[in-house]
Ligand binder design. Structure first.
Ligand code: UT7
Length: 333
């Protein structure tokens, strides 16, 4: 018999360096008006010399533990959703150690901008099947390291950040994660990539090896845009239908923060008023796996999201990958 899962706390952390649209226009041929009107973004945060992805992940995780009033030792699981770890072998164990979550197993999960949703669903399986009781799911990315800062089509979009949620196993009748769907389509993956670099170096005569390292992000923005405005409404619609939930009964729409025009198009499709659409793109840009928990934490902290609120969330991005979840914000007991 499967149990349920509740989302009891959130936390977030962002780098101190803030880069405005005007400041980016000192580097590439762009301007505040273009960026704001095409994306809704006004500024983004960029990790500086005294910060790190691991450090931000630890801070976000710690904040969630504080809100939950949990000792780090009580965690069974830490999943770090990231495509930009400080260590390619995985940064989650370091985060686990910094948190002092000595009893937890910790691992990275890579699914680009869908990473947080994929990690949330992965963690919830361990809790529902009874093998674990408490989990921390962190979404964090540092795309500032991987954009080409001379490519105005991509560098204006992304920012760095981390967000976390604390999840607890509960009885099936108190289920807080009401439904989910996850999807990938590798056939369409060519429109958004962060490829390994192609350089081969000689080893010995007639033998070579591929040098480590990655090429900057490559994106066909229009293709990704079309993918998002087609697939996100479709996946949300089938999720709501299968849970017999009408869009009007949602308290919040919490989408991956990639472009305000995508948020507006999805909201319009379901006739959800702007007042129920969570958006902080203006301040942070697209922080990839961090956008959803970063936004959730902001809205919990400022009192918009309240215990019992029903939230439909969807993430989408490279892979291509996308997913949706319908959940209730429980908050700390
Ligand atoms: O997490 C998922 C990650 N990615 C996304 O979600 C991205 C989805 N796509 C988008 O959000 C939009 O496609 C963009 C914001 C990336 C681009 O907006 P767009 O309305 O599709 O613009 P466009 O690519 O069609 O470019 C229009 C014009 C072009 O000039 P020409 O060829 O019409 O003369 C671009 O060269 O805007 C130009 N342009 C810029 N101009 C000033 C492109 N980037 C910039 C820029 N500043 N930063």
């Amino acid at each position: 018999m499967l149990g349920g899962v509740t989302i009891v706390a959130s936390g977030s952390a962002t780098p101190s360096q803030c880069l405005s649209n005007d400041q980016i226009s000192l580097r590439v041929d762009t301007n505040d008006e273009w960026i704001k009107s095409r994306t809704g973004i006004c500024a983004r945060r960029v990790i500086g010399p005294h910060e790190s992805l691991t450090g931000l992940s630890k801070q976000a995780g710690e904040a969630a533990l504080r809100m939950a009033n949990w000792n780090a030792d009580s965690l069974d699981l830490v999943i770090l959703a990231t495509s930009t770890p400080d260590d390619l072998f995985g940064s989650a164990p370091k985060v686990q150690s910094l948190l002092g979550a000595n009893q937890a197993v910790a691992f990275d999960l890579t699914a680009a901008c869908s990473g947080f949703l994929f990690a949330l669903i992965t963690a919830s399986q361990f809790l529902k099947n009874g093998s674990m009781k408490r989990a921390l799911v962190i979404g964090a990315d540092q795309l500032s390291s991987w954009v080409d800062w001379n490519d105005r089509r991509t560098c204006v979009l992304f920012g760095d950040g981390a967000g976390a949620i604390a999840l607890e196993a509960t009885s099936a009748k108190n289920e807080g994660l009401l439904g989910f769907t996850l999807k990938t389509d590798g056939n369409r993956g060519g429109c958004l990539n962060l490829h390994k670099s192609k350089e081969f170096l000689p080893l010995i005569e007639e033998k070579s090896h591929q040098k480590g390292g990655f090429s900057p992000i490559q994106m066909n923005g229009q293709e990704v845009y079309k993918f998002a405005v087609r697939e996100v409404p479709e996946i949300l619609e089938s999720l709501l239908l299968s849970n017999k939930t009408k869009p009007a009964s949602l308290d919040w729409l919490l989408l991956h923060q990639a472009n305000q025009r995508i948020l507006d198009a999805v909201a319009e499709r379901f006739s959800i008023p702007q007042s129920k659409v969570l958006s902080n793109l203006a301040n942070y840009g697209n922080t990839s796996a961090a956008t959803i928990p970063l936004m959730l934490d902001e809205a919990v902290q400022d009192g918009r999201v309240k215990p019992g609120d029903l939230i439909a969330s969807s993430g989408f991005g490279a892979g291509l990958s996308w997913g949706a979840a319908l959940f209730k914000w429980q908050g700390p007991s």
